[in-house]
Design a protein around this ligand. Structure first.
Ligand SMILES: Cc1cc2nc3c(=O)[nH]c(=O)nc-3n(C[C@H](O)[C@H](O)[C@H](O)COP(=O)(O)OP(=O)(O)OC[C@H]3O[C@@H](n4cnc5c(N)ncnc54)[C@H](O)[C@@H]3O)c2cc1C
Ligand code: SF4
Length: 494
C-alpha cells in the first residue's frame, strides 16, 4: 500500500468500454485497448490492506489480492506477476471473464465502491506477457507416471499444467477439433480474445503437455482402455447436457439450444465457416434464459445483424443494490448491465422490454408456428413470486429464431466415460467423488463442471489445481501441489 489514504483520495475507475456503435461492428474485446494501464496503479492503491481480506476468501483460487495490489501500487510488476501466478494458472481467463466475487467481498465495498480487483489482475498478466515473464516451466525430472486428462476446458487445462509441471507425462483428450472447451466454442471473442487462449496453449505444449484433439473418449477410445493405458485418469468433461423447455411447439424448426448457436458463430470467427448456418442476420430473435449464456447469445445476435433481439428472464427485475438478505461479503443478485445488455439497450434491439433488452418475470407458455412452418412466435406470460404464470398476462412476441439458454444439467450420461466406467453419480446427476476428488473407479478422478455442476471459470481452474494435487498424491504418495478447494466447497452464502 504505497498510499495509505489511496481509498480516500481516488474514486473507483473501471476499464472503459469502447462506444457501442463501434464495437458491435467487430468481434474484438469490448474494452478500449491500452486504457487500463495508465489508471491501474492508482486503482490498486485503493486497497486498504485491511488485515482480514475477505476478497481473498471470496476468490475460489485464494488469489493473494492485497499482496499484488501492493506490488502494483509500488510499480513492482514482475513480483506481482509471480504472486498472481502462484495461485492462478490462467489469470487472463479470470481477468476477462470472472464475475469477481472478490469485489463483492472487498472490505472497502462495505461503504464505498470496491477495489477494481479483476482489472488489476488482468493488467498484471497482460504486462507479464508483454514483458516476456510468462515462460514455460517444464519439470526438472520426470516421474515416469502417466495421466490422461479428458476434456480441455479450464478445469482440464489447469489439471494438465499442474501435473505436467509436477513431472508426470500428461495427455489431454478432447473430442472437439480445437482445445479450450467453453473458452473456445462457447464464450464469444468479444468477451475474451482467442489469442489469449492460444498463447497459453503454446506454454502448456512447451512444458510437455500433449494434446489429442478430435478424440472422444467413449467413442474413439474406450474409457476402460484409457484407464488401462494410463496410471490415472482425470475426467473434466464439463456439464454439457443443456436444460430443455418442454412446452408445446418445442419441436418447431428455428428453436435451438444456445450451445448449438454459439459454436457456429465462433467457428465463423475461427475461419471454419463463411456464414453460420444459424445466423441471426435479419431475424427476430428471442433468447430464453437470463444468465451468462443468454447474454453471450444476445451480443452475438446483435453483431450478426439481427432485426430484433429480446431476452426473457423468469426472475424479477433485480434490485439496484444489495439487500439485508444478501449482506456483505456475499455475491449479491443485483441488477448488472453487461456489455451485451448495454449494446442491445442502446441500440433498442428489443421491441418491448423492461430494461435494456430484457423482459423480466416472463415465462414461456408455448411456441407458435409461422406461415412457413417454422417457429413464428413465443407466447409469454408474467409470473408471480413462485414463477407461476399470472392469468390475463399472456401475449405473443414475434420470433423466427429462438435460443434456449436455460443452463446445463450435468455431464453426458450415455456412451461416454460415465456409462462405460459405470461411474456413481450424486443426487444432482453429476459425477460423485470423495474428499480427494476420486470417483468410485480406482485411479479415475473428476473435476470441473462434470462433478461440481454448471459453475464458473474461476471454480474450474480451482478444481483443476485441486484435482492435480490429489492425483499427484495418488501417484507418488505425497504432493507439493497447492489445493485451493475441496470438492464440496461452495461460494459464500448468507
Ligand atoms: C456460453 C457460456 C458462457 C459462459 N460465460 C462465462 C463467463 O463469462 N464467466 C465464467 O466464469 N463462466 C462462464 N461460463 C461457465 C464456464 O465456461 C464453465 O463453468 C467452465 O468452462 C467449465 O470448465 P470445465 O473445464 O469443467 O468444462 P468445459 O469448459 O465445458 O470443457 C469440457 C470439455 O470436455 C470435452 N469433452 C466432453 N466429453 C468428452 C469426451 N467424452 N471425450 C473428450 N472430450 C470430451 C468437451 O468437448 C469440452 O471441450 C459460461 C458458460 C457458457 C456455456
Ligand atoms: S479470479 Fe475472480 S474472484 Fe479471484 S481475484 Fe480474480 S476476479 Fe476476483
Amino acid at each position: 500500500m504505497a498510499d495509505p489514504k489511496g481509498f480516500m483520495r481516488t474514486p473507483r475507475e473501471e476499464w472503459p468500454r469502447r462506444p457501442v456503435a463501434e464495437r458491435v461492428q467487430d468481434w474484438d474485446e469490448v474494452y478500449v485497448p491500452g486504457a487500463l494501464l495508465p489508471i491501474i496503479r492508482r486503482q490498486a492503491d485503493r486497497c486498504m490492506d485491511c488485515g482480514v481480506p475477505f476478497c481473498h476468501e471470496a476468490c475460489p483460487l485464494g488469489n493473494l489480492i492485497p499482496e499484488w495490489n501492493d506490488l502494483v501500487s509500488r510499480d513492482d510488476w514482475r513480483a506481482a506477476s509471480e504472486r498472481l501466478h502462484a495461485t492462478n494458472n490462467f489469470p487472463e481467463f479470470t481477468g476477462t471473464l470472472c464475475p469477481a466475487p472478490c469485489e463483492a467481498g472487498c472490505v472497502l465495498a462495505i461503504n464505498q465502491p470496491a477495489v477494481t480487483i479483476k482489472n488489476v489482475e488482468l493488467s498484471i498478466v497482460d504486462r507479464a506477457w508483454e514483458d516476456g515473464w510468462v515462460r514455460p516451466q517444464p519439470p526438472e525430472r520426470l516421474s515416469g507416471r502417466t495421466v490422461a486428462v479428458v476434456g480441455s476446458g479450464p478445469a482440464g487445462l489447469a489439471a494438465a499444467q499442474q501435473l505436467t509441471r509436477a513431472g508426470h507425462t500428461v495427455a489431454v483428450f478432447e473430442r472437439d477439433d480445437r482445445i479450450g472447451g467453453l473458452l473456445r466454442y462457447g464464450i464469444p471473442a468479444f468477451k475474451m480474445a482467442k489469442d489469449r487462449l492460444d498463447r497459453r496453449l503454446e506454454q502448456l505444449r512447451a512444458e510437455g503437455t500433449k494434446f489429442r484433439t478430435g478424440t472422444a473418449v467413449g467413442r474413439d477410445i474406450g474409457a476402460r482402455e484409457l484407464r488401462a493405458r494410463y496410471d490415472a485418469v482425470v475426467l473434466a468433461t464439463g456439464a454439457t447436457r443443456s436444460r430443455e423447455l418442454p412446452v408445446p411447439g418445442r419441436e418447431l424448426a428455428g428453436i435451438h439450444q444456445a450451445m448449438e448457436y454459439l459454436p457456429s458463430a465462433n467457428r465463423v470467427r475461427e475461419g471454419d465457416l463463411a456464414v453460420s448456418p444459424l445466423s441471426a442476420a435479419g431475424r427476430q430473435v428471442v433468447i430464453i434464459g437470463g444468465g451468462d449464456t443468454g447474454a453471450d447469445c444476445l451480443g452475438t445476435a446483435v453483431r450478426e445483424g439481427a432485426a430484433s433481439v429480446t431476452q426473457l428472464d423468469i426472475r424479477a427485475l433485480p434490485r439496484p443494490e444489495r439487500t439485508e438478505a444478501e449482506p456483505w461479503p456475499v455475491y449479491p443478485a443485483v441488477y448488472r448491465l453487461s456489455p451485451a445488455h448495454q449494446e442491445a439497450g442502446e441500440l433498442g434491439s428489443a421491441p418491448v422490454s423492461d430494461a435494456d433488452a430484457r423482459l423480466f418475470a416472463a415465462s414461456t407458455v408455448r411456441f407458435e408456428e409461422g406461415a412457413d412452418g417454422r417457429v413464428g412466435g413465443v407466447r409469454v406470460a408474467d409470473v408471480d413470486a413462485e414463477r407461476r404464470p399470472l392469468a390475463g398476462t399472456e401475449r405473443a412476441l414475434r420470433a423466427d429464431l429462438v435460443l434456449l439458454a436455460l443452463g446445463f444439467t450435468g455431464p453426458e450420461l450415455d456412451d461416454g466415460p460415465v456409462a462405460q466406467l459405470e461411474l456413481a453419480l450424486d443426487g444432482r446427476d453429476v459425477i460423485a467423488r470423495d474428499a480427494s476428488f476420486a470417483t468410485n473407479v480406482p485411479g479415475v478422478f473428476a473435476a470441473g463442471d462434470a462433478a461440481r455442476g454448471q459453475s464458473l471459470i474461476v471454480w474450474a481452474i480451482a478444481e483443476g489445481r485441486a484435482v492435480a494435487a490429489a492425483v499427484d498424491r495418488y501417484l507418488v504418495g505425497t504432493s507439493q501441489l497447492p489445493c485451493p478447494i475441496g470438492p464440496w466447497d461452495r461460494p459464500m452464502r448468507a
